[in-house]
Design a protein around this ligand. Structure first.
Ligand SMILES: *Cc1c(COP(=O)(O)O)cnc(C)c1O
Length: 421
């Protein structure tokens, strides 16, 4: 049963209530390895579902365009204050609707149409908003991409430096969606300083690891830090942009009035709650367990012959090239989903196949760690993954695995849902 309970929703719209309940049950029964997903706490869920959704607050605390901000102002200030304290930054904007608009605000703040910026190639682990040709960032600006080494699977900082010297980009982005290795923020900062670029660290994936002390922080190195709040940080769907004093006004203006209207106050409140939770000592334990689980899973997968990009992981994320398993990423992901193991197909660096049917899959341990799985369970996860990939066409075999997965996950409670007794 969903927690908090959906009794009003069930009365008003039983169809929708049934669907939400079904999704909660699905999230409970599966091993959720999608690297960008997590389970938020009941406190975050309650803030997200609160009456704060009723309020309009265009502007910033103390400078709004609508009246009645006696309560919303302190809520947003609380979220800002907690973000500054937790990340150790001078300024935080907590209004971006999500990670993509946050990055768009960075483009708007620092560039004009046609300007050059440097970022990681999408197929090597970057993000759509870092200049993909299908994104506004690639259509209206001039992205130049660095990549990872064919042999190492790691970003080559010499290539980044050479490109920055040659192209003189306005902005350099570091960070991405499929980077299994530690990002060298000081090295990026040195290159940005030398070439006069604004350094933006997009830590959407690793924000929770950073505040938990399980990944180095870009604070003090990057001029601007963008992050989602719903991945390893374990908050509501939303985003933040953190900056030095120098860039605070440009970023605030880019978000409002540059891109957005009224902030989503219920989300702001839930971000404040998530930041409070992330400041607790048990969140440090969580972040380190996420990495320990990923390392254990990487080891168990390697032992079963899986080919990991860069040979392993330093964080929550593992990128697997399935070429040697003679299966594409998409059919593998579909088979694994039927086996109760949820993940996404993904391009791998230098992928000879197309993005819609690439060679790899991407997994992460943020969600399963929230459920309470530890290193000892990672061997079973790897074994089930191996079996499912080998039996991708065998419906009954996949169903048997899904049953075993459900049995395991039944032993771990899920925030926001409890079985009916
Ligand atoms: C997830 C992600 C984003 C986009 O976040 P959305 O909330 O999905 O718009 C941006 N950058 C990186 C690196 C991401 O991983």
């Amino acid at each position: 049963m969903h927690q908090p309970q959906l009794s009003h929703l069930a009365a008003t719209d039983p169809d929708l209530a049934g669907l939400v309940e079904a999704e909660a049950t699905r999230q409970h029964d599966k091993i959720r390895l999608i690297a960008s997903e997590n389970y938020v706490s009941p406190a975050v869920l309650e803030a997200t579902g609160s009456v704060l959704t009723n309020k309009y607050s265009e502007g910033y605390p103390g400078k709004r365009y609508y009246e009645g901000q006696q309560v919303v102002d302190p809520i947003e200030e609380l979220a800002q204050e907690r973000a500054r304290a937790l990340f150790g930054v001078p300024h935080a904007n907590v209004q971006p609707y999500s990670g993509s608009p946050a990055n768009l605000a960075v483009h708007l703040a620092f560039m004009r149409p046609g300007d050059t910026f440097l970022s990681l190639e999408l197929a090597h682990g970057g993000h759509l908003t870092h200049g993909s040709p299908v994104s506004i960032s690639g259509k209206w600006l001039r992205p130049v991409h660095y990549g990872v080494g064919r042999e190492t699977g790691r970003i080559d900082m010499d290539e980044v430096r050479d490109l920055a010297r040659k192209e003189r980009p306005k902005v350099i982005f570091c960070g991405g969606t499929a980077i299994p290795r530690t990002i060298d923020f000081p090295a990026f900062a040195e290159i940005a300083r030398e070439t006069g670029a604004v350094l933006v660290a997009d830590i959407a994936h690793i924000a929770g690891l950073i505040v938990g002390g399980a990944h180095p922080s870009p604070a003090g190195h990057a001029d601007v830090i963008t992050t989602t709040t719903h991945k390893t940080l374990r908050g509501p769907r939303g985003a933040m942009i953190m900056t030095t004093e120098e860039h605070a006004t440009a970023i605030d203006k880019a978000i409002f009035p540059g891109l957005q209207g009224g902030p989503h106050n219920h989300t702001t409140a839930a971000i404040a709650v998530a930041l409070k939770e992330a400041a607790r000592p048990d969140f440090r334990t969580y972040a380190h367990q996420v990495v320990a689980n990923a390392e254990a899973l990487a080891g168990a997968l390697t032992a079963r012959g899986f080919d990991l990009v860069s040979g392993g992981t330093d964080n929550h994320l593992i990128l697997i090239d399935l070429t040697n398993k003679n299966i594409g990423g998409k059919p593998a992901a579909k088979a694994l989903d039927l086996a109760g193991i949820e993940l996404n197909f993904n391009t791998v660096p230098f992928d000879p196949r197309k993005p819609w049917s690439p060679s790899g899959i991407r997994i992460g341990t943020a969600a399963v760690t929230t459920r309470g799985l530890t290193e000892e369970h990672m061997a079973s996860v790897a074994e089930w993954m191996d079996q499912a990939v080998a039996a991708a066409e065998d419906g009954p075999a996949l169903e048997r695995i899904a049953g075993e997965v459900r049995d395991l996950m039944g032993g771990f409670s899920m925030p926001g849902w409890a079985p009916v007794r």
